[in-house]
Structures are given as C-alpha cells and as structure tokens.
Design a protein around this ligand. Structure first.
Ligand code: ZN
Length: 155
C-alpha cells in the first residue's frame, strides 16, 4: 500500500452528496459488476466486487466557480458505503490506473496538470503540493474521464 504525506489527504465524495446522488437519480444506469477491476466506487475508493451493484451518476466536485468547473461521471455502490478509513493510503483503484491529475489554487484556477501512471501518483502529489499555489488536486481516470477523488492540503 502506498501512503502519502500527512500534509495532504484524500477527500472522496462527501457521504451526504453520495446519498443524495443515489436518491435523486432514479433513472441512472445500474450495473451488476461483471469484471474486476472495472467499476471503481468513488465513495469507498474500492473497485466493486463481482456481483455488487453500482450506479453511474454525474458529479460536480468543485466548490468554487471557475472556468474549469464541470461535472464528471462517477460510479457509486448502489447501496450506501463508507469513505476509506485512512485518508493517506492510496488505493489500488488509483495506483492501478492511468490518471489525469490536476492542481488548483484557492480560486479553483488550474496551476498544473499531468497524465501519469497511477504508480506515480504519490510523487506527483508531492510535486504539486510543493508549489505554494496548489490548494487542492482533482484526480480523474485519464481514459474515460471519470472523477476519482479530490486531494486536499491539510490545514
Ligand atoms: Zn463504495
């Protein structure tokens, strides 16, 4: 398991927002997982297990308006699940995929970006957070564009 410095931490989708998305999208596509890995849940940051159900919804992870603000597709377990217990552990859901990693300042303006192998995520976060302008980072799947998680600088 790769861990990251305690100076920043993973901030997956808020559990209340995940529950709201599950409850308010009755027509969202539901999939019974038939391949592992393949259906990464953005609440628990696990790839759903074979036979589990996931729902595909659109999520806007931005908290400030900016030209970069946009919604992205995400899978969530159809049944409520919990955020990971250790916000400093990088799950294989991230380290096992090609990622687009985007750094933003406090006004949600992009300050840096890279497409990387997931195995390089810890080093990329170190590099981005070493820049004073970097307030937070959004991680996406590089290929399909699904939002994965936000990473926050610890305050
Ligand atoms: Zn989950």
């Amino acid at each position: 398991m790769t861990t990251i410095t305690t100076a920043y931490r993973l901030q997956p989708i808020d559990p209340g927002e995940a529950d709201r998305l599950r409850a308010t999208n009755p027509d969202a596509p539901v999939y019974t997982v038939d391949a592992y890995p393949g259906y990464p849940c953005r609440q628990c940051l696990r790839d759903a297990a074979l036979g589990e159900e996931v729902v595909l919804v659109s999520h806007d992870p931005f908290t400030a308006d900016s030209p970069y603000r946009s919604a992205s597709p995400i899978f969530l377990h159809r049944a409520p699940c919990d955020p990971p217990q250790d916000p400093h552990a990088l799950p294989t859901q991230l380290t096992g995929r090609q990622l687009s990693v985007r750094a933003f300042d406090g006004d949600a303006m992009m300050t840096d970006a890279a497409v990387i192998a997931g195995t390089d995520l810890a080093a990329t976060l170190d590099r981005f957070f070493a820049q004073e302008a970097c307030d937070h980072v959004h991680v996406h799947n590089a290929s399909r564009g699904c939002w994965a998680t936000r990473v926050d600088r610890a305050r």
